[in-house]
Design a binder for this molecule. Structure first.
Ligand code: ATP
Ligand code: MG
Length: 571
């Protein structure tokens, strides 16, 4: 795979030390998603880290579904997660595990804790439980049920499992220390009663283990050496260790926390992403505006660009927010190398070359990818009637507007210099519907033998050869830099983040484009044939990302206005 070797960072330093001291002889990590939603770009960071470390150290990385919450978990999510991890370029061989496969063993571990006097059945209600817990500054107090005998606890726990008690009426709790400064150590719950059908174990269980209990023990069962999780689990580490210390487990993994990925203008909470999907505010989990792996894939991003992004952001111990422009940069950089260039007109304006012979067609040579000489060239037909972008013409040009306007000469890419002579307007609206030009036959290929220069080069498509397409332009879902912090993140949704353009005109080489094919539309950006909506004879393309728009910066600094001069790219 073309991914760079994982960089050194504080986690590799930990691992190096562990290998040096002999604490661990190998590296075995895991990626532990809960199948309650689709994976997002934050998960990609975790996947690249866990699988990347295994690769770097010649070790292994498991995939484990942390499926201990039956109400929210579904097989659809399991399938999507597997597809996404594979698409990112990682493989777990036959090490596909489920916490639910360990339910019997986890139950046995819990009984062992009861027998050792380290766990008890508690009848406090959820409200009472909170009340007894104390606060960060005040100790909690012991549950009145804490002194139950081992026999009584064992009997009650078995009857909990057998379904004798109502949901929520009892819980199994660890017996640690109600005055512990870390509130997570104040006799935390291990098992709760929950009559819910699990997507894998069905109705076999009515008691389910809590995450903290299940997670560390699952790691130990699998022989994980380094259990890497996000920073919010730092406070859970003493509990993680406590369970493993009490029980006879095959190994004691080291939990290491790292900073989760936050992205500007992006929501990365599964709960919130689920809300966008459920409320129909996006077109499913793979909507190209979603920050999900499935969304980026459908939009047309490559797995390499996501991996390179994850490598670029690095791994740190302190939380921070990454500018989404950095992700866009990684996407652009990768596509720049691989995407063939083509010409496409998104908002067409008819141009008639009055002095070009009627019925004549010339095949002009165009370069497929200036970044890749092996990509070769192709022929593009040129004829009397063409389309250019509406934006590339102004009847009354503002200052510094160098594109087509009455009397002005411009270059048509790979073709000729043309000069605008007159316009045709809609008598009702006054809108320019057609531009009449003349061409200079001596400028074929794009240069004038007399050395005269033009300030701009336009892309174009021959009208009679054009392939029609629908093009979908996606904007960010949120303008707010930190939509997660908004009180109501839904209110921060941008109203027009999807713009659908019909009757766009593409050069004829795109007639055979297949779903998933990616292109650079010259002067516009990178586009991908949509895998869901595109049909033979009904091409639909997504804009993956625009080209770097230097004009936008000028505009933001109070530039001259609404039109953007293209860079004059001479061939
Ligand atoms: P969310 O908070 O979005 O619901 P989660 O952490 O509950 O996500 P899990 O399915 O439990 O989702 O995550 C699987 C793994 O991915 C965990 O190890 C988690 O730490 C990691 N992960 C989740 N979100 C991020 C993120 N933004 N950056 C880095 N790693 C993440
Ligand atoms: Mg989680």
């Amino acid at each position: 795979m073309s991914s760079p070797e994982p960089k050194s960072h504080f986690i590799t330093e930990f691992i190096d030390e562990d290998l040096k001291t002999g604490r661990f002889k190998k590296v075995h990590t895991r990626f532990p998603p809960e199948p309650n939603g689709y994976l997002h770009i934050g998960h990609a960071k975790s996947i690249c880290l866990n699988f990347g470390l295994a690769r770097k150290y010649g070790g292994l990385c498991n995939i484990r579904f942390d499926d201990t919450n039956p109400e929210t978990e579904e097989i659809e999510y399991v399938e999507s997660i597997k597809q996404d991890v594979r698409w990112l370029g990682f493989d777990w061989d036959d090490r596909e595990f489920y916490a639910s496969d360990y339910f019997d063993r986890l139950y046995e571990f819990a009984e062992t804790l009861v027998k050792k006097g380290k766990a008890f059945v508690c009848d406090l209600s959820v409200e009472e439980f909170k009340e007894y817990r104390g606060t960060i500054t005040t100790p909690g107090k012991d549950s009145p049920y804490r002194t139950r005998t081992v026999e009584e606890n064992l009997d009650l726990f078995r009857r909990m499992r057998a379904g004798e008690f109502a949901d929520g009426s009892k819980a199994l709790r660890a017996k640690i220390d109600m005055a512990h400064p870390n509130m997570l150590m104040r006799d935390p719950a291990l098992y709760r009663i929950r009559r819910a059908t699990h997507y894998r174990t069905g109705d076999k269980w009515c008691v389910y283990p809590m995450y903290d209990f299940a997670h560390g023990l699952s790691d130990a069962i699998e022989g994980i050496t380094h259990s890497i999780c996000t920073l919010e689990f730092e406070d859970h580490r003493p509990l993680y260790d406590w369970f493993l210390d009490q029980l006879d487990v095959p190994c004691h993994p080291q939990q290491i926390e790292f900073a989760r990925l936050n992205l500007t203008n992006t929501v990365l909470s599964k709960r919130k992403l689920l809300q966008l999907v459920r409320d129909g505010l996006v077109d499913g989990w793979d909507d190209p505006r979603m920050p999900t792996i499935a969304g980026y894939r459908r939009r047309g991003c490559t797995p390499e660009s996501i991996r390179n992004f994850c490598d670029r952001i690095g791994v740190a111990k302190a939380n921070s927010t990454v500018d989404v422009a950095m992700l866009e940069h990684s996407i652009r950089e990768d596509l720049n190398r691989r995407a063939p260039r083509v010409m496409a007109v998104l908002k067409p304006l008819r141009v008639v070359i009055d002095n070009y012979p009627e019925g004549q067609v010339e095949e002009l040579e165009a370069i497929n990818n200036p970044e890749d000489s092996a990509a070769g060239t192709r022929k593009v037909p040129f004829s009397r009637v063409l389309y250019v972008e509406q934006d590339d013409f102004r009847e009354t040009p503002p200052p510094k507007y160098f594109r087509l306007s009455p009397g002005k000469e411009v270059r048509l890419r790979y073709a000729y210099f043309i000069t605008c002579q007159s316009v045709v307007k809609d008598p009702q609206t006054g809108e320019v519907t057609e531009v009449h030009c003349t061409y200079d036959p001596a400028t074929r290929g794009g240069d004038a033998p007399d050395g005269r220069k033009v300030k701009s080069t336009l892309h174009w498509v021959s009208a009679s050869h054009a392939v029609d397409a629908e093009i979908r332009l996606y904007d960010r879902l949120f303008d707010a830099e930190c939509p997660e912090r908004e009180e109501n993140f839904l209110a921060a949704l941008k109203p027009n983040s999807l713009q659908v353009l019909h009757n766009c005109k593409l050069e004829p080489s795109l007639a055979t484009a297949q779903p998933g094919d990616r292109f650079q539309f010259e002067r516009q950006g990178y586009f991908c044939v949509d895998t869901k909506l595109s049909k033979p004879g009904g091409l639909v393309l997504n804009r993956i990302v625009g080209l770097k728009d230097t004009w936008a910066k000028i505009e933001n600094r109070g530039g001259t206005g609404a039109v953007s001069p293209p860079r004059d790219r001479r061939r």
